[in-house]
Structures are given as C-alpha cells and as structure tokens.
Design a protein around this ligand. Structure first.
Ligand SMILES: Cc1ncc(COP(=O)(O)O)c(C=O)c1O
Length: 457
C-alpha cells in the first residue's frame, strides 16, 4: 500500500476524523434557525468590518462568517445566524456540510495545499474523469476561476478559427472580469475606463412574450452579422439562462435555430455554464435544452468549486496555448468530487428531482405572497435553484434597500439584472428544504413591511 494510503487509513487518523465529525454534529445542534447578533461580539465585529473596509475599499454586506454553519445557515462573526439563499453567488453547496468537511480533512493531510498543471494528485484524476463522463465532451481543462474557464474557452475557439478576430454573444450577457470578459459583458459600467480588447456582435436574447418573432429576429440579425464578417467569428458564446442579466431563460427552439445558422457557417458553439452548472433540473443546462450534440465547448464554475473548460477533440489546442500554475486547491478538488458524486445520485435532477421540487415550492410560496401584495411582488423567473422576482417596479435603489433589509433580518440575497433589477436567489441545494423556504418567505414579508413603512438602512 502507498504510504499516503497507509497513513490516511491508519486507525488513529480515521478515529481523529470521526471525532471531529461527531463534535461538528454536536455543535451544529445549536443552530436551529436565524438568530440576531450577540452584543458580546459587537465591538470586535465592528473593528473587523472597519479593518476589512479600509483595506479592501468597500463591502457590499458587513458579512464575516465565523467559519461555522449548518446547511443553509451560517454563523457570522457578530454571533448572528443567517439563512444564506445566495450561496456566495452560487458557490456554496451547504455550510459546514459533514461530507465536505470530511473531504477537506483528507485534503488537509495531503503533501501540498495546491494542485497544478505540472504536478497533480490522484483526486485530480477522479475529477477529470467525472467531468468528462458527465458532460459527454472529450477533454477537460481545470482552472481556479470562472473567468479563466471563459478565457480558455475563447482561446481554444480563436486558435481553431484563426485568423478570426470577432465573437458573437447575447445582449445583456455577463462574462466575468478580465479585459476580454469585460469587453464581452454587455454592461457599460463594468468596462468603464477599460479598452475594448475583443470585437463582439450582440444578438438579442429570447423574448418569451413573443417567441416566434423573437426567434426570427435573432436569426435574421445573426445571418446579417455572418454575412457582414464572413469567416471572422471564433465562436458564439451562449448563456442559456442569463444569470447576472436577470435570470432570463431561453428556449430549445430559440437556441436550436441560432445553432443551425452557426453550424452552417462552421462557427463553434460555446456555452458558458459558470452560473447554471448544477442549478437547473439537469447537471448541465445544455442537457436541459437538449443541446448535447450541438455544443463544442463549455465552461463551468461556482458550484463545481473547481472551474473548468470542457471541449471536443477538434478544439484541442496546440501546446502552450492554455496552461497556468494552479488547477485549484487540494481541498476544492476533493470537495468538487463529493459534490459531483452527490449530484450524480439521481436525487437532484429531472422533473421530480429535489431541485425541481424546491423550485416549485418556492415559486408557489412567492405566488401566495404576490396574492397578498399584488403591487409589490411579481415577474417570477428562473429555473431550478436559480429564482428571481421583481420588487415593485424593479427600481435598483428600492431593490437594494430590500435585500439589505432582508440581510439585517437574517436572510442573505442578492440582485440581478438592470432596468428592471430583480431580487435573486441561488439556493444552497445540498441542504435546503421546505422549512427553510418558509423561514425565508417570512423574512421577505417582514422586510417588505419594513421598507413599505419607509424605513431606511
Ligand atoms: C456566466 C458567467 N460567466 C463567467 C463568470 C465569471 O466567474 P468568476 O467570477 O468565478 O470569475 C460568471 C460569474 O458570475 C458568470 O455568471
């Protein structure tokens, strides 16, 4: 047996891990729901927040976790317990999940904190293999941020289509924070002061209110661009459900119509699943829209913990095009393996899976609220654990005030979209149940009452 296996399977080491997990369970009994801050921690907490604010520049929420949690609940450093329905913008499976802590303990006794492209461990091989099998694509390149997954996908497409210089994407899309990604993201505030380093042509996204016209209009515009710039497109980048853009959901017919034009012009189909991976009623949103035979390259992130670019053989890059020091931390890779194993268990996906059930329950509860407050809550949208609604008329300042009021009352949310702004939820699917949703709905109603009375935060 290898020394690592002898060491890790040593009875004393396994007992130590069991003890930690038992003590975790013991202390988790103290978390039963949302709890306000504790005065004893007020001064320390406020000093830490002031410190981080002064070093970092600004903070959206005065959020500092203590490092402890239970499912969708997180203990903050002010002693409060909050219900986390945004999951670090789609990242957390659950707080202090015992299986992930166990995997992290295994990672912690590995020889190195980080894994890389030059040197990797056996757990990395598991992850490569899992992602390849689950996606049906040929190759997987791991990376440590969503936007690097995007950059790598774009590079593969540019090399394949060289000397093409342009790309296509959707109006209102989001892509990440590098210079190339900021050039693609369709939001001027996110590239203020930056040079545009990539020429991008935008196709209008699907309009569910006018399906036929919307498909025809987008196909016509795509044809016009392809004619205007023949052989000059490296790819079209798709977000099948626009995340930052406001949880706009496309349709199979819409995507198929565009993809048919792209295939005719030999333009690769790149699907950015940084936000949608593991969040819809299928593991990949491209499976939900039945695009598995159409996709050439996909990037994933957030819930996968380790980000990745997955691609078909014909896009295989020449040596030197993509590489970087880190693939990810050993802990993130071991945690990713646990999350993917859980997701592969069949409990989560499909029309009767856990994600679909949570979605239906949440939407029904929001609809009940909307019946009570018809002028205040409307326009529910999203798929699976991506859920959003419009507050009042979708005004940015009011939406911001609302989510900050919810935060004060113990529920963590975020916003999405621009004119209108939506109230956004990304549920921690690994741990959420209907009782948690009931608790969230009560906080939403309470917070709505507070801001309607004209309170300011
Ligand atoms: C669709 C999409 N692409 C890319 C990114 C960038 O990911 P990261 O912030 O991990 O770099 C995001 C992040 O929200 C995203 O939603």
């Amino acid at each position: 047996m290898l020394l690592f296996d002898q060491f890790f399977n040593d009875n004393d080491v396994q007992d130590a891990i069991d003890i930690i997990l038992k003590r975790l369970e013991f202390y988790q009994h103290n978390i039963e729901g949302v709890k306000p801050a504790n005065k004893d921690f007020e001064t320390d907490f406020s000093n830490l927040i002031k410190l981080i604010e002064s070093v970092r520049g600004s903070l959206f929420y005065p959020y500092l976790s203590s490092g402890f949690g239970k499912g969708p609940y997180v203990e903050c450093a002010d002693g409060s317990v909050k219900l986390d329905f945004i999951s670090g913008i789609g990242v957390h499976w659950a707080h202090s999940d015992p299986a992930i802590i166990k995997a992290s303990l295994k990672a912690a006794v590995h020889d190195s904190v980080m894994q890389g492209n030059l040197q990797q461990h056996r757990g990395s091989v598991d992850l490569y293999q899992r992602l390849r099998e689950m996606s049906g694509l040929d190759h997987v390149f791991l990376t440590s941020s969503g936007v690097m997954g995007v950059e790598n996908a774009l590079k593969l497409c540019f090399q394949y289509k060289s000397p093409a210089k342009r790309i296509l994407s959707f109006s209102n899309c989001f892509c990440g924070r590098t210079l190339a990604a900021a050039s693609i993201t369709d939001k001027p505030q996110y590239r203020e002061g930056l040079p545009v380093v990539l020429p991008v042509d935008y196709i209008p996204f699907y309009d569910p209110k006018n399906p036929k016209e919307s498909i025809q209009q987008s196909v016509d515009i795509l044809h016009r661009y392809i004619k205007r710039y023949p052989n000059d497109y490296a790819c079209m980048k798709f977000e099948l459900i626009q995340g930052e853009g406001g949880f706009n959901v496309g349709s199979k017919e819409f995507f198929k119509a565009l993809i048919s034009c792209l295939k005719e012009a030999d333009i690769p189909v790149y699907i950015d699943e940084t936000q949608t991976f593991g969040r819809t009623t299928e593991l990949f949103a491209f499976q939900l829209f039945d695009l598995q035979d159409d996709v050439d390259v996909v990037s994933i992130g957030k819930m996968s913990q380790v980000c990745a670019t997955l691609y078909r053989k014909h896009l295989k890059p020449k040596p030197g095009l993509i590489s970087q020091t880190f693939t990810s931390s050993t802990t993130a890779i071991e945690a990713a393996n646990i999350i993917l194993t859980k997701l592969a268990s069949n409990d989560y996906f499909g029309n009767d899976g856990k994600i679909a059930q949570l979605h239906t329950y949440f939407i029904n509860k929001l609809q009940d609220l909307a019946k009570k407050y018809p002028a205040d809550i409307s326009d529910f949208r999203g798929v699976g654990s991506m859920i959003a609604f419009k507050l009042f008329e979708g005004n940015y300042e009011e939406s911001l005030l609302f989510i900050k009021t919810c935060y004060k009352n113990g529920l963590i949310l975020f916003i999405a979209g621009n004119k209108p702004t939506y109230i956004r939820f990304l549920l921690p699917v690994g741990a959420t149940n209907c009782n948690h949703i009931d608790e969230a709905i009560a906080i939403i109603e309470q917070s709505l009452g507070i801001i309607k009375e004209g309170a300011s935060i």
